[in-house]
Design a protein around this ligand. Structure first.
Ligand SMILES: Cc1cc2nc3c(=O)[nH]c(=O)nc-3n(C[C@H](O)[C@H](O)[C@H](O)COP(=O)(O)OP(=O)(O)OC[C@H]3O[C@@H](n4cnc5c(N)ncnc54)[C@H](O)[C@@H]3O)c2cc1C
Length: 397
């Protein structure tokens, strides 16, 4: 274990969990990650191992058979896992967001129906806001649910569902007509059940296939086509039509801490690879680490890794303390993802030509880092969140 990304004040419980996840990452993830990623192969064995470790139920309360851990514990586990292979952290991220939304906004009946089976990984969650025509601008959602005698019928097309194939429960944000004057209040989150896999996986629900991506391979990212999908009013999250936008934003807020944690994990790994390589590769008669330009680069990389980790921990800790953390989550997500890309780029440069070879892990990290800039809102969107709140807080009276 390196010196970077340490966290003060963890309980014994937290330390034990992290130790187990770290050992799992070292033994079961890192040795196979690059090969599976290049083959775009789903990490089935790793996912089974994570189920055994209880990672799918890490934050689910004990009364619903989870481990009842904090967001901080969860984020630190994600950081460890992403250090091994970012795609694996993606397997649990959407699951975690859906479980979190159920915990916070679900009815008691919905919690009992889903959370115990989510804790074991039997029910696996995906969440869906984006559509072919929108990502940042959630208010432009076109997919629509209309009321019927039995409940609702949803029609529309969703895009970019992480775990869209492997999940059997999808939290989908759609437009409903609640008669409100704001588009945000005319949106509802539905809990759509389907079978895992591709093709027509439930009545009126089609998952066409995997989207071929630049990185973040191994894990399935899909479209979701809804054609008159019928479901009961009890499948509305919290049985609260018109609250969907706010429920999703709550989920995205913790999702931002999660992406920040993933970016920290990738950056830490890129640093480790860079500093190892710099001590073995020689040019002009000495290891390249002894050229001051490389030494300074390593120093900057380490500082960025440490700063991002600190910001991420602060955002998680605030949420755990019950404080509003939209600004801190936005800052952590933006800073960690931007720094992650810079650190990976620096490590790539340190590797010289070999960094461009698929034999070297940094090639994979290079492609993974790019996604950190996009998932759970781009840096531009984080700046909008942070900037608007700053104007409110520092408004001239
Ligand atoms: C691999 C992958 C997995 C994903 N998984 C999921 C998922 O599980 N669920 C889900 O719902 N979505 C998912 N997404 C979608 C993701 O959240 C969106 O791609 C992201 O929010 C950006 O939206 P967009 O692609 O439509 O870009 P756009 O919103 O079209 O933005 C394009 C560019 O314009 C900028 N921009 C947009 N609006 C503004 C503004 N007001 N001011 C300044 N700049 C602006 C953006 O920053 C960006 O640079 C995934 C995406 C990818 C690539």
């Amino acid at each position: 274990m390196g010196r970077l990304c340490q966290t003060d004040g963890l309980t014994e419980d937290q330390q034990e969990i992290l130790k187990a996840v770290r050992a799992f990452t070292e033994e079961k993830i890192i040795p196979v990650a690059t090969e599976l990623e290049h083959a775009d192969e789903y990490p089935t064995e790793i996912v089974e191992g994570l189920k055994e470790l209880g990672v799918f139920g890490l934050m689910i309360p004990e009364e619903y058979d989870g481990l009842g851990q904090s967001l901080l514990t969860y984020a630190l586990c994600v950081e460890e896992i992403a250090r091994g292979w970012m795609s694996v952290s993606g397997v649990i991220n959407t699951h975690f967001i859906v479980a979190y939304m159920l915990m916070r906004h679900g009815t008691e009946e919905q919690k009992r129906r889903y959370l115990p089976r989510m804790a074991t990984g039997e029910v696996r969650g995906a969440f869906s806001m984006s559509e072919p025509g929108l990502g940042s601008d959630v208010s432009a959602i076109k997919t629509k649910a209309v009321k019927t005698d039995e409940g609702y019928e949803i029609t529309g097309q969703k895009m970019w569902l992480t775990n869209g194939g492997s999940a059997n429960l999808v939290a989908v944000l759609v437009r409903t007509d609640e008669g409100a004057d704001s588009p945000h209040k005319n949106m509802t989150t539905f809990l759509v059940e389907k079978e895992p896999g591709f093709g027509e996986t439930a009545q009126g629900v089609t998952v066409p296939g995997k989207i071929d991506k630049m990185g973040y391979k191994g894990i399935d990212t899909t479209e979701l086509v809804l054609e008159g999908h019928r479901l009961g009013a009890d499948q509305v999250l919290g049985e609260a039509p018109g609250q969907g936008f706010y429920q999703m934003m709550d989920g995205v807020e913790v999702g931002r801490v999660n992406v920040a944690a993933r970016a920290c994990g990738i950056a830490n790994r890129a640093f480790e690879l860079g500093i190892d390589y710099a001590q073995t590769r020689e040019t002009f008669g000495k290891p390249i680490a002894q050229h001051q330009a490389i030494l300074f680069r390593l120093a900057e990389m380490a500082t960025k890794v440490e700063t991002a980790h600190t910001m991420m921990v602060r955002a998680a800790t605030m949420k755990d303390a019950g404080q509003r953390n939209d600004v801190e989550a936005g800052m952590a997500k933006m800073l960690a993802s931007e720094y992650c890309n810079e650190v990976v780029q620096d490590s790539f440069r340190i590797h010289g030509g070999y960094g461009y070879s698929k034999e070297y892990e940094i090639e994979r990290l290079y492609r993974e880092a790019a996604f950190m800039l996009i998932g759970e809102g781009t840096s531009d969107i984080q700046k909008m969140v942070i900037g608007r709140r700053m104007l409110q807080e520092y408004a001239q009276r």
